[in-house]
Structures are given as structure tokens and as C-alpha cells.
Design a protein around this ligand. Sequence first.
Ligand SMILES: [Zn+2]
Length: 212
Amino acid sequence: MFHRSLHGFIEVVCGSMFSGKTEELVRRVKRAQFGRLKVQVFKPKIDNRYSDDHVQSHDANRVQSIPVDHAKEILELVDDNTRVVGIDEAQFFDDGIIDVCNKLAYRGIRVIVAGLDMDFRGQPFGPMPKLLAIAESVTKLSAICVVCGSPASRSQRMVGGEGLVAVGANEMYEARCRFCHEPNPITLAQLSTGLSSSTQPNTGSTIPADYV
Ligand SMILES: [Zn+2]
């Protein structure tokens, strides 16, 4: 049967900020390139923190990438001879990214998706939960909690404000574990009145009321 000759599948690399997701995406992409496979990498246009046409991890490892406004543009931009498609910062795409990934996989393409699985409140982020569900392979990376040194799964926003993640402002975030994570960071207004963020290991007080 025709489909038996195809090897399309979806891999998701997720985790908090500073967990090395993009670094892992770049590593997998480079390995495919060493194997002389044609690779194309896409990212949402919102993410222009380093360079407009590259995906770059915090350690400056980078590969060329194509910024797109909407997920469906990816289908039009993938070349016939492309064997591997990388998608970075997938949490910022619309839900159309799920259909795009499925279609690419059915075309026989290996799809490598990297993204934040949770927003700074610790809630599932955008299309990521559905991408995790349909993927053949999921790699969940952790960072190190800057408060207690445990493996960190959350992205702590240090100052409150609008939006789920302020792209390009990594200094506004810290990696935190479940227990040191504060889902409701103090606001700039609170800062100006002299309140400061706690950096002591959590004593249980920040566990959301629903879970106590
Ligand atoms: Zn911690």
C-alpha cells in the first residue's frame, strides 16, 4: 500500500522557558541536515526576538527559519522535496497548526514541533495540548527552578501585565518548579507601592485554591 512507503510523523518538544526546547529542535534539524535531508523551519512572526529569519536558542545555536503569520501558510510554503519540517514557538500559532501538522505527516514528512506547554499561569498554552495528543513522540524538557534547584516545569513571570508571554523579554521570566511557581505575579502598580516578589521556597501558599 502507498502509505507504507511513507514515514511521516509528529514529534513534539515541550517544556518551560529555559528548558532547551529550541536547542533540541535545532539539534534535531541539524542531524537531519547532516543526513542530507531537505529541512524547512517555520516560526510565528510574533517571535522576532533574535533575528527575523532564524530560529535561535539562548546559546546562539541557530538554523534558518521562515516567519509566517498564520499556520496554514506553512502548507503553501513547504517544498515538494522537503522531508523534515521544524516548527518553533508553536504555542503562538492558531489551532490551524494541528491540521497543518497532520497534513504534513500524512504527506510523509517528519514534523518536529517545539513550544511552551504552559503559559506563565501554569495553564495549557494555545494549541499545544492538542499537538501533544496527536504526536507520535513527546519530549518534555525541564529547566532548573531558580528558587529551590528542583526540576522546573513552569515559566514564572516576574512582573504582572497583559498577555500570556511577552516575547523578547526573557529577563521577565524565571524557571520555577510547581511549588515555587506563583501564577499571579505582582503587577507594576504593586511594585511601585513597595511590594516585592517572594523568592523564598514555597511553603504551600501559592498552590491555587482549587487544588488545596
Ligand atoms: Zn522550586
